[in-house]
Structure formats: C-alpha cells, structure tokens
Write a protein that binds this ligand. Structure first.
Ligand code: CP3
Length: 343
C-alpha cells in the first residue's frame, strides 16, 4: 500500500493530534467545476459513473483544482437500487427518478440481493484506478447511501421535500419497511467492504433525508441500520455517518463505532460538541449557500466555524453538498481559509 503524503483526514479520524483540520467538500466532484461540465456535455450521467477512467478523472478534479485534503469517488448513492434491479433515470434539471417504486411484499421479494458487489465492479474498479492515480497524495473516500435514504428513493420514486410516501410506507407497512431496510443494509455492508478492499481509506454513509424523521422514528427506521453498517466496517476503515438534519441523534451516534459524524448548519459547533462530549470527530457544517457570499465573508465565517469546533477531532466541510452555482474561486477560498487558520 502506498504511503499517504497527506494523512490529515486519517489522523483526525483516529483522534490523533494534527497541525490543522483537514478539509474537503461534499459533492466536490460536480457541476461547479468547468472541467466536470465538459465531461458532462460528452457523456451521460451513468456513463460517467460506470466508466472507471471518467469517474477517476472527475474524482481527481477537485484535488488538483481546489486543493482539498481528500478525494471522494465519483459515483452515486442510487447505484444500489439500480444494482437491486430498479431502473434509475437521471434527467437533466429533474433529479433522479425510479419508475418502479416499491409498494408490496412482491416488490421487495423481487429485489436482487446477491452478487450486488459484482455488478457494482465499476465502482471498485474506479476506486483502484483512482488510488493508483492519486499516488498517495490524499486519502480516498468511498461512500454509500444510508438504508433510510435509499428506502426514501425506492418508495417515493423521486426526490421530495416531505417524503410523505416513504413515511406512509414506514408507518403503515412497518414490517415490510424493516425487511427492505435490512436488505439494503446487508447489501450496503458488502458493497462498502468491497470499496475498502479496492482502496477506499475512509467510508461515508449519507443519510441525506434522515431529518424528515422525528427523533423517535429516526431511532426506529434509521439509527439501527446506520449502527449495523458502522459496526460491520469499523475494523476495515474509519466510517463517517452523515445523518443530515438529525442533530438529536448525535449523542447516541457518538457512542457508536463510527469514527466521525457529519453535521449540517442547523446545529452550532458548540452544541454539537456539547452533545457528543468530544468522544468523536465531527465534520461540517458550513452552509453551502454561504459560498455565494463575497470571499472576505467566506474567510471570516470559516474562521468562526473552526473557532467553534476547535482544530482537533474536526474535519472542515460543508453541511451538505456544494451547489452548481458556486464560483470555483469561492470554493478555493473556503479551502484556503481552513489551511490558513491560525497561521
Ligand atoms: O461528493 C462527491 O463529489 C462524489 C459524488 C457524489 C454524487 N452523488 C455525484 C452526483 C455523491 C457523494 C453523491 C451522493 C448522493 N446522490 C446523495 C447524498 C449526498 C447528498 O447530497 O445528500 C444523494 C441524495 C444523491 C442522489 C442524487 N444524485 C440526486 C438528488 C441527484 C440530482 C442532483 C441535481 O441537483 O441534479 C444526483 C445526481 C448527481 N450525483 C450529480 C452529481 C455530480 C448531478 C448530476 C450531473 O452532474 O449530471
């Protein structure tokens, strides 16, 4: 295994002392980068995801051009429903849609549950290739969607503000919901193990729509599955859980086997620390819309954010994915501000 030249992220996740916090941005490989748009104009979304050379080129863009301390593999959380046999469409301006939604026991029984890692070999191939191309410059992050968030897409069939169909399914077909969540969990564990084997140094689990659940429902439908995943992977590589919107779960999750917890901007750094008692590394939580403000403001807010979290056991990041309208020099200013902190 090649020695990492920049292992700030790994040391931070091991709670070791670091010179400064590492920084990366969720969705850093994406549409705010002109070179990404050039590839997007030539190849459709799943061609980009399924062609290791393209996925690798896209993964490296923010490392080369924005100076982040970690690469995250270019892929999508919806490759899991796809590998389980559901059609996933990615239409421009519309977001993802899954025409064959899950409604009945028959639908759940028909899902493919074996050989999923094999059918997702393009992700592990892309990880191996990226690892080689990175040549130890920065760590490589692999990822998957959390079972609750994947259920949301499988049942709702598209993005939603309220996820009311997914929630109705959970509250009225509770037994089926748990069966589905468990199937997704088992597959995700194998998939993430394959990612670690292919070279992922860290794994992040995105529970993007956890925040639509009440604290009690989060404990029923999201938390147990997140914990199963963290437990199953902890011996392989550090796991970061990102239950967006679920600040109320931070205390419980800080006592899990996860190495890091991602938080959004709806919780202050100080309160997140109070809830987690410095037991775990925290990641976040800059509002991505703040990257649209003038650069001096961005730099001031980054300083305030790090003042709030402290420089140790902390990974500077956004509180959700970067949006396509962010100017590249603003993204760079965010990264630079972290690197300049305290210097
Ligand atoms: O972080 C990275 O740079 C790695 C790449 C990555 C993508 N999707 C690429 C992508 C990651 C980590 C994801 C995860 C993902 N995908 C999540 C969890 C993170 C989050 O933001 O909450 C979710 C919910 C999805 C589902 C998904 N995929 C949506 C809602 C969309 C449409 C977004 C839109 O605004 O159109 C996608 C498509 C997608 N995945 C794009 C990218 C760069 C944009 C489409 C394109 O460029 O053609």
């Amino acid at each position: 295994m090649s020695q990492l030249k920049n292992d700030l992220l790994l040391r931070t996740l091991r709670k070791e002392k670091v010179e400064r916090p590492p920084v990366w941005m969720m969705r850093q490989a994406g549409r705010y980068l002109p070179d990404y748009l050039k590839l997007k104009a030539k190849y459709d979304f799943f061609t980009r995801v399924q062609t290791p050379e393209l996925a690798t080129a896209i993964t490296l863009q923010p490392v080369d051009q924005v100076g982040v301390d970690a690469a995250i593999i270019f892929s999508d959380i919806l490759v899991i429903p796809q590998a389980m046999g559901l059609e996933v469409l990615m239409e421009e301006g519309k977001g993802p849609s899954l025409p064959g939604t899950i409604k009945t026991q028959k639908d759940i029984d028909a899902l493919i549950t074996t050989g999923v890692e094999e059918s997702l070999h393009y992700v592990t191939d892309a990880l191996s290739l990226t690892k080689k191309e990175l040549n130890g410059r920065v760590p490589l992050i692999g990822f998957a969607g959390a079972p609750w968030t994947i259920l949301c897409y499988m049942v709702e069939g598209k993005g939603s503000k309220t996820w009311d169909k997914a929630k109705r399914f959970a509250y009225t077909e509770t037994n089926m919901a748990h069966q589905l969540l468990q199937k997704i969990t088992d597959i995700t564990i194998n998939y993430l193990k394959a990612q670690a084997k292919a070279g992922a140094d860290v794994l992040q689990v995105f529970d993007s729509w956890a925040g639509c659940l009440s604290p009690g429902d989060f404990k029923t439908f999201a938390q147990p599955y997140l914990i199963q995943i963290a437990d199953a992977l902890q011996k392989e590589v550090p796991v970061i859980l990102f239950p967006k919107g679920s600040w109320y779960a931070l205390k419980d999750l800080s006592e899990s086997s996860a190495a890091g917890l991602g938080i959004d901007w709806c919780v202050t750094p100080q309160y997140a620390r109070e809830l987690t008692g410095n037991k775990i590394t925290l990641q976040g939580n800059f509002d991505p819309s703040r990257l649209l403000a003038p650069i001096p403001e961005i730099k001031k807010w980054v300083k305030e954010m790090i003042d709030g979290f402290g420089t140790q056991n902390y990974i500077a990041n956004l509180g959700h994915g970067i949006t396509p309208d962010v100017p590249v020099d603003h993204a760079k200013a965010f990264v630079e501000a972290v690197k300049e902190y305290g210097c």
